[in-house]
Design a protein around this ligand. Sequence first.
Ligand SMILES: [Zn+2]
Length: 251
Amino acid sequence: MLDILQIAVDHRKADLPFRGTVTPVKETVFSGAHDGLGRARLLEDIFMVSAGIRKAALMHPFSEVEVLWYHELASELGLGMAVRKAGSRVLKVYVSGMEKENIIRRIPDLDESMGTREFIIAQIALANLTGEVLGYPQCCVSSFVRHLMDATDQDEGAMEALKVHPAPDPRAYFVDRFVPCRPDCPGAVKEGKRLDQELQRVAPELLPEYREVRKGHMEDVRSGAIVREKKDRDRAIEHERPVKTPSVRPK
Ligand SMILES: [Zn+2]
């Protein structure tokens, strides 16, 4: 059995090959055993991928405990999983069905020790690859890459744009951490609509909850919650302290 220490020593130990989706997925995802991850991540990242609504998802765990929980869930559901470093203390967890598994496995580990210039170039390559894996609109991926090249903060730009936009569309904020190139990006709204329709077909009882979660994503961008969370993470890295784990509930 995998444990937290093993993940801390070598995060790739948590990688899993795709083994075919097991049914019934909903009961497994929402059994209560992994509620510490939060309903939004269970719904958008684990349920939607295991039900085939999304081909892959990317999660940003707050700790190795969360990596272990994702590993347990992906094992039970037969999903592929890859854990990669995106900075000295930043992990990214990808889960996928068969179609995106090979490309996800090729995602490299990055960290700042490779040198600032190389790190930025690698981040740009990773952003393009991740955008392709997750099926994000090209205009939004390009916008993110422009921020990386200009060393500007995409989340701050998105917050300002949302504050002055007359008619933002919550469907453009279709999953956690996805930031549309503008608050009514047609490509992003289209993906939000598609997720609505697919969820309506597969598990209509979850649609009202998903719509609430999505509104929450838009509000997080507007209120600056994401900007603050990133600053907390940076401060924790600077001081070599473990990052706070607000979503972890004692069991
Ligand atoms: Zn866009």
